[in-house]
Design a protein around this ligand. Structure first.
Ligand code: BF8
Ligand code: SF4
Length: 634
């Protein structure tokens, strides 16, 4: 079709056709309009850190081979790169801080619409971080845990962040202390990095990159506590059946899409909507249909089985159906274009967070003390808007796929424990040792308009499946698989090699799930990469090695955001080969490029693999797994 270079998704292609018909330039068209890209920016050698700039490095031109201040290409590339990590860490951890603050308020008797939902998880986290629980009321434990989490943001002495210190392998703890990247304070490390990369401070690229990794570990800390405390507030996910792709939008229902990242509001919308079905019926709808976009969608899929409408690149196309009455957004990955597009339809865009507004959108500020009221007001606006729907503008792709998701680490271990109750994780590591499966591949991250939407996600995963790799996913990668039917038992039949089929088959026989297990285990949102690293750590401990020896690879097939840079960087520090499906803006410095793709491996055991071609990317990931298996066997 005309749009096959834009997306592999049939529903998205159909909607792109509609966009063309009505003359709306989607993100796919805007991406084309940005070509050709500026070679300086593309390779990372444009510096705008002070107002003398932009300085652009032209290697062969005397005087222009350095910035005005004398900064070399390697300094400029290193500074630009770590500032991406800082942006990502700020976003993830701010989300975590918001959740931690809410847990604290609940424990203190405020924020009455929330409660401590998963006491078992709270106690487990408390014990892990060294808080005594015996004989203490739940609220007291919650208060201490939340306070410990908040301390990780602003600790003034140099002792390590609690979540890092208590979750890493011993080997990683030592490595991070030896390389002085063990973070003491998430916010402090971000501020320090912004200082370090201010004009005229650090020009040593290696020193800059090491401190960038310190901030990346701060990102991990923030993600980890965000996941833990979200589970405490809303429950730890268990396997759930749902559906995904634009066909989930229901012509007969009030359609509300939740979009963004933070479950504080989206989970409340889910809970409150259940009680407001009658109000929707009163305006002639059959009820309220919720669906998710981006990671807040993953949060409510994991915990409440809410359907996935679509993922990052195609967010505009949900509105294009003419069926979405309201898009409720919180923070991150929300295209500002949604608002102007909504103008062509009846859709209302509702922003909810003080730091995330869109000119012209409705702003219903989320108020933690009156969270249910906030959610109710938003849903009422959506119900009112339903009445304005224009039948002539409705066109919905008739495509949705079944989804089996909800695989928190606890849920996965629960399945493993049906086979080996004493050492659940050994079910996975023994299968690797026996050669039944080659290892674990994590698929994470975004869509990137530089490539074909969802193509790398799907093709690399199919290649891994055929080669007997056990797969887990988070973020928009998980949604790509959801949208295209890979989170199903049918996909196991269609794509898994004999070893992987046997492995999942054995789990299935014991798992006690009526639905059967999927080809890829969706572990949640991007902050839930903490769940994936917890799995890695558990595997390392079971195998008696450190994380760099574990046959585990990570891939962001289509990375876009600063958060993806932060996650990729801490996975490298964790000793993991990390594939990224775009060429990062580091190629303007051979030195920095060499550090991130090669030298990092000597220091941490992990490195970046930059490969845009999905076939070659899959081969490189398999080679990395084979190398680790080979080393384990000698
Ligand atoms: O935090 S994968 S496009 S939605 S940044 Fe954004 Fe990327 Fe999607 Fe999730 Ni993660
Ligand atoms: Fe140019 Fe140096 Fe300023 Fe960067 S910091 S913009 S290289 S003068």
């Amino acid at each position: 079709s005309e749009f096959e270079k834009s997306t592999v998704d049939p529903a998205a292609r159909e909607m792109l056709g509609k966009a063309k018909k009505i003359g709306y330039l989607t993100t796919f068209e805007r991406a084309k309009a940005q070509e050709p890209r500026c070679a300086f920016g593309n390779t990372g050698i444009c510096c705008r850190i002070c107002m003398q700039g932009p300085c652009r490095i032209i290697p062969k031109k005397p005087g222009a081979n350095k910035g005005i201040c004398g900064a070399a290409d390697y300094t400029i590339v290193a500074r630009n790169t770590v500032r991406l990590i800082a942006g990502g860490a700020a976003a993830h951890s701010d989300h975590g801080r918001h959740i931690a603050t809410t847990v604290l308020h609940v424990a203190e008797g405020h924020a009455k619409d929330y409660k401590i939902n998963d006491t078992a998880k709270l106690m487990k986290v408390a014990q892990r971080i060294g808080i005594a629980t015996e004989g203490k009321p739940v609220n007291e434990v919650a208060k201490e845990v939340a306070s410990a989490a908040l301390l990780d943001f602003g600790r003034l002495d140099s002792s390590p962040c609690t979540w890092l210190e208590t979750t890493l392998t011993e080997g990683r703890r030592k490595k991070f202390k030896d390389t002085t990247i063990m973070t003491s304070s998430i916010n402090g490390s971000i501020a320090e990095l912004l200082h370090q990369t201010h004009m005229g401070v650090d020009s040593d690229p290696v020193n800059i990159i090491f401190n960038g990794l310190k901030v990346a570990l701060g990102d991990l800390d923030g993600e980890y506590l965000a996941t833990d405390l979200s589970d405490v507030l809303f429950g730890t996910p268990t396997p759930t059946v749902s559906e995904a792709n634009l066909g989930v939008l229901d012509p007969e229902m009030v359609n509300i899409c939740v979009h963004g990242h933070n479950p504080l509001l989206s989970q409340m919308v889910v809970d409150v909507a259940r009680q407001m079905q009658d109000e929707a019926k009163a305006v002639g709808a059959k009820g309220i249909k919720l669906s998710g976009i981006c990671c807040t969608g993953n949060e409510v899929l994991m915990r409440a089985g809410v359907a996935i409408a679509t993922n990052f690149a195609t967010q505009e196309l949900a509105i294009m159906t003419g069926l979405v009455d309201a898009v409720v957004v919180d923070v991150q990955c929300i295209m500002p274009s949604l608002r102007s597009l909504a103008e062509c339809f009846h859709t209302k865009i509702i922003t909810t967070m003080p730091i995330s507004k869109i000119p012209g959108a409705y702003h219903y500020e989320f108020d933690e003390e009156h969270a249910a009221e906030s959610a109710k007001a938003i849903i009422r606006l959506a119900i009112d808007t339903y009445k304005l729907r224009d039948a002539k503008k409705i066109e919905r792709p008739d495509l949705k796929n079944k989804v089996i998701a909800g695989f928190s680490l606890e849920a996965i271990l629960d399945i493993f424990s049906k086979i080996n109750p004493d050492r659940p994780i050994s079910v996975l590591t023994d299968a690797i040792k026996a050669g039944e499966i080659k290892g674990v591949a994590l698929f994470a991250g975004c869509n990137n308009l530089k490539g074909t939407h969802n193509e790398n996600h799907l093709e690399i995963a199919k290649q891994m499946a055929a080669n007997d790799v056990f797969m887990i996913a988070t973020g928009c990668a998980g949604q790509a698989y959801a949208m295209n039917g890979l989170l199903t038992p049918e996909a196991v039949e269609a794509y898994a090699g004999p070893g992987l089929k046997a492995f999942i088959g054995r789990l299935n026989a014991k798992a006690d799930l009526t639905t059967g297990l999927p080809l890829i285990f969706h572990m949640g949102s991007c902050v839930d990469n903490s769940r994936t690293v917890a799995l890695l750590t558990m595997m390392a401990n079971e195998m008696g090695v450190d994380t760099p020896q574990v046959p585990f690879v990570a891939s962001a097939p289509e990375p876009m955001s600063e958060k993806a840079v932060a996650i990729g960087s801490w996975f490298v520090a964790m000793g993991i080969p990390v594939h990224i499906g775009v060429i990062a803006p580091v190629t303007g410095s051979d030195l920095v490029h060499g550090v991130v793709t090669q030298i990092a491996k000597d220091v941490f055991g992990g490195h970046f693999i930059m490969e845009t071609d999905h076939q070659k990317a899959g081969e490189k990931l398999l080679a990395a797994l084979n190398e680790r298996n080979w080393k384990l066997r000698i």
